[in-house]
Design a protein around this ligand. Sequence first.
Ligand SMILES: Nc1ncnc2c1ncn2[C@@H]1O[C@H](COP(=O)(O)OP(=O)(O)OP(=O)(O)O)[C@@H](O)[C@H]1O
Ligand SMILES: Nc1ncnc2c1ncn2[C@@H]1O[C@H](COP(=O)(O)OP(=O)(O)OP(=O)(O)O)[C@@H](O)[C@H]1O
Lengths: 217, 217
Amino acid sequence: MKQFAVIGLGSFGYYLCKQLSERGHQVMAVDRSPAKIESVQHLVEKAVLADAVDKETLSKLGMADMDLVIVCLGDEIDSSILTTLYLKELGAKEIWVKAMTEDHGKVLHLIGASNVIFPERDMAERVAYTVSHSNVLEHIPLAAGHSIIELAPPSGLIGRTLGELDLPRRYGVMVLVIKELVPENVVTMPSGSYRIKDSDVLVITGRDRDLKRLQAL
Amino acid sequence: MKQFAVIGLGSFGYYLCKQLSERGHQVMAVDRSPAKIESVQHLVEKAVLADAVDKETLSKLGMADMDLVIVCLGDEIDSSILTTLYLKELGAKEIWVKAMTEDHGKVLHLIGASNVIFPERDMAERVAYTVSHSNVLEHIPLAAGHSIIELAPPSGLIGRTLGELDLPRRYGVMVLVIKELVPENVVTMPSGSYRIKDSDVLVITGRDRDLKRLQAL
Ligand SMILES: Nc1ncnc2c1ncn2[C@@H]1O[C@H](COP(=O)(O)OP(=O)(O)OP(=O)(O)O)[C@@H](O)[C@H]1O
Ligand SMILES: Nc1ncnc2c1ncn2[C@@H]1O[C@H](COP(=O)(O)OP(=O)(O)OP(=O)(O)O)[C@@H](O)[C@H]1O
């Protein structure tokens, strides 16, 4: 079990408190809004009404003992920057910060954030990819040039078996999971005899250019 | 090329405008803040200064012609609810809405949102999983009980080849990609002769309980 501090109870901070507590960790929540502190009292071990940009107050909260401190203070870029600076000076070992923009992120890295998080930017990229490729329902980048996509089957695949199609050899892509809709079922590592239906959702991985070729079938 | 409307230029809305325009789509941005409209002028085809909760104004913007309208109006839950209602009444075919909380999401579904998006909640879940499992650097749920994780190699795997370990047969998991750090390189669909180093990052898929067993090695 680990000790976390979550500073700032916007949507991200709130869900962090909930998720971490549900997993059995000790969570200290910090926010300057009484209503926000009230909303997490039943979830976390300790909820502190405080101004994160007040180094004096911050120094009394035992930040150096935390396994990880997560700063998610919203629009006020200078608040998250100052808070990160103070946490670094107070000996916090690991500091993750939610950034509003990429420039904000660069500054945070420079002043000591171990990790910078972009929930909205990352989701915007996933949405933009998905809506740009018909049939693609979800896109997850894995590594440079290599992704996982959830794909409604291109017409050239419908009614064919995975064995006939031999996707790894002919296209360099692998079907990891097939989500069947009627009835609802998940087939993991499907076999060669699996016959693709138009209602299936194929979860496929491979190089981006190979995934693109597949979509054209 | 498709036509999109993005209503609300917070971080998510801004990155959507950027990402969709970069992919060559036509984007109409709507916001009531002149500064926000100013910030996207160079990115989008059309930037409209307007109050989204004014049905009269909304009716003049051709929402029924959009392939997709994305509503991301932030904290004011009633604003996104009313805007979604009006868009539905004005004939918008596909409406995706960024929700603040799950209850907000339920209401949005009921009044006509085709899809509800939770960037902060989803990122909070990924962070919570990652910090709860030592060695796990990233966690992506694929389907019920089945995920992809990025894993620093457990001690029992270091120095062994993939062929010796035979992970698919012995653990039911598959290594999709190995990210090497020294020097930086990405090995996609690695072969059986690949020998795991402690500096590698393994991108592995399988059932959650099998991934858990692997982490214990
Ligand atoms: N100096 C500060 N000290 C303590 N709490 C602060 C300080 N400044 C802002 N906060 C709190 O941080 C939270 C930020 O929430 P807000 O919704 O503005 O941020 P956000 O990062 O955009 O949120 P979301 O996670 O919803 O996208 C608020 O609860 C606010 O009370
Ligand atoms: N009624 C409205 N009509 C038009 N624009 C609006 C209206 N209400 C809010 N907005 C705009 O929506 C945007 C919402 O941004 P805000 O950062 O508050 O939202 P958010 O969804 O929390 O953002 P983020 O994507 O950064 O998490 C602002 O630019 C604001 O001007």
